[in-house]
Design a protein around this ligand. Structure first.
Ligand SMILES: [Zn+2]
Length: 452
């Protein structure tokens, strides 16, 4: 092992130990004190190294303006401490996408592209040091106790991880080591291409987007896949409860979740199956969407970054808070669900026709769940006052359309909304590497204000 590699492994190991055993807070006040200390150092020492923040004297986080992906991309060079421009880093990222070889870096910097479902693609920079720490933290937060000996005991077989994503990155292959047999599966090649390799590797840990886990569950039930992973992690897409049940049935393991975006490692499920925000590594301000404070968009500050500054960065996601504290005793905020993106929310006029009210993704999904297995797939696109609903069923298409129309009307009556005009069509499978998005607001109804 080269000394550089050894240092990298040690760094990952130290982050692992630090995150797993030291950063466990049992009182919220302790967590907040830790965050305040980290933030202070970050605001005084790290942030001024980026041109954008050079001349600012910031004592409090809230002194800083909000940013989002558009802000970041609008002043790319200003937001990183290496002074790297988009023109310098884009060729590296584009070439990786085209060749499907994700190993090249720019010096020690990995360049990643966000999937950019909304059309505007983000470019993210991570240094070797940040990658090594990330690997340690990710394992510390997600590896169940029964797999720990596989990671730590040199006489045991290494831990086998199979990882499905749209694009690999040095970020992920950092996990590979003598103790970890890491196999990346490229989603653009389709699932069938992976089955043989999966059967040969027989992974202990399976990591994939929810829809891919579903596809693999089907392959298990059809006898084409024989793996028995003891730990399953869903990433990158909303994990719906019906999907979780299907995955559980096929593999005999309840899938857990990693809430990871290009912007950072945002959350993980604990032993109790509750999704917690990764607040010991990120500061997360809730931007509340409703007066009852049940849903928010997270505004994140990653105080552990040293290359690209993610500071009061508003994510496009909608999170629903858990109603009760988690029994595991962690004080990191518990989330009932990552409901989807802000443009997954559909909007309809109230009965008086004075304002638009939000119809949140989980409310709509729950109303459609009552159609059970008959409704195999669906998507709803809103254009003004019109909804296009495309669906797939093994039963009679026309009668399911009529039943769905009745549920949408019933839901609207219950929520005090005017029902949309509906058209129905047949659902077409998206390409294998596309993220599943069932609900999409293409255009708001005109002339009325949105009221949260
Ligand atoms: Zn918990």
């Amino acid at each position: 092992m080269s000394s550089e590699r050894l240092i990298g492994t040690l760094r990952s190991a130290l982050s692992f130990i630090h995150s797993r055993y030291r950063l466990r807070f049992t009182r919220r006040k302790q967590l907040e004190a830790w965050q305040a200390k980290q933030l202070k150092h970050f605001l005084q020492r790290v942030l001024p190294q980026a041109r954008r923040f050079k001349d600012l004297t910031v004592t409090d986080l809230t002194d800083l303006p909000l940013m989002d992906k558009a802000t970041l991309m609008g002043d790319f060079t200003g937001f990183n401490t290496r002074g790297l421009s988009l023109e310098q880093v884009l060729p590296v990222a584009r070439q990786a996408e085209e060749s499907r070889d994700f190993s090249p870096t720019l010096g020690d910097i990995t360049v990643g592209l966000s999937s950019g479902t909304s059309g505007n693609q983000g470019v993210f920079l991570v240094s070797a040091l940040e990658r090594q720490r990330w690997a340690g933290i990710l394992l510390a937060r997600t590896l169940p106790r029964h797999l720990m000996p596989r990671l730590l005991c040199p006489w045991r077989a290494p831990l086998r991880i199979a990882f499905f994503l749209r694009a690999n990155s040095r970020l992920y292959t950092t996990l590979a080591s003598r103790r970890i047999d890491f196999a990346f599966h490229d989603l653009t090649l389709g699932l069938d291409a992976s089955l043989t390799r999966l059967n040969v590797q027989n992974p202990d840990v399976l990591v994939a987007p929810a829809t891919v886990l579903l596809g693999l569950a089907e392959a298990v039930l059809a006898g084409r896949l024989t793996i028995r992973p003891s730990h399953i992690l869903s990433v990158a897409e909303v994990l719906e409860s019906a999907d979780a049940d299907a995955i559980h049935t096929a593999f005999g393991v309840v899938p857990q979740q990693i809430y990871q975006a290009s912007e950072g490692f945002l959350g993980y499920t604990c032993e109790q199956g509750t999704l917690h925000l990764n607040e010991s590594h990120l500061h997360i301000e809730p931007d509340w969407l409703d007066a009852e404070r049940t849903r928010f968009q997270p505004i994140i500050t990653d105080f552990s970054r040293r290359t690209q500054m993610i500071v009061r960065y508003r994510l496009n996601d909608i999170l629903r808070v858990a109603e009760t504290p988690c029994a595991c005793g962690r004080v990191e905020r518990a989330i009932a669900a990552v409901e989807g993106r802000a443009d997954d929310v559909l909007w309809l006029p109230d009965l008086a026709g004075r304002q638009l009210l939000a119809l949140y993704p989980d409310v709509l999904r729950r109303a459609l769940l009552m159609h059970g297995a008959s409704l195999q797939e669906y998507e709803i696109h809103q254009q003004g006052l019109h909804w296009q609903i495309n669906l797939r069923t093994a039963d009679d298409h026309a009668s399911l359309c009529a039943a769905l129309s009745a549920s949408v009307h019933a839901l609207c009556a219950q929520q005090g909304l005017q029902p949309p005009a509906l058209s129905f069509g047949h659902w077409q499978a998206p390409p294998p590497h596309a993220k599943r998005r069932r609900l999409k607001l293409l255009q708001l109804p005109e002339g009325l204000p949105c009221t949260y």
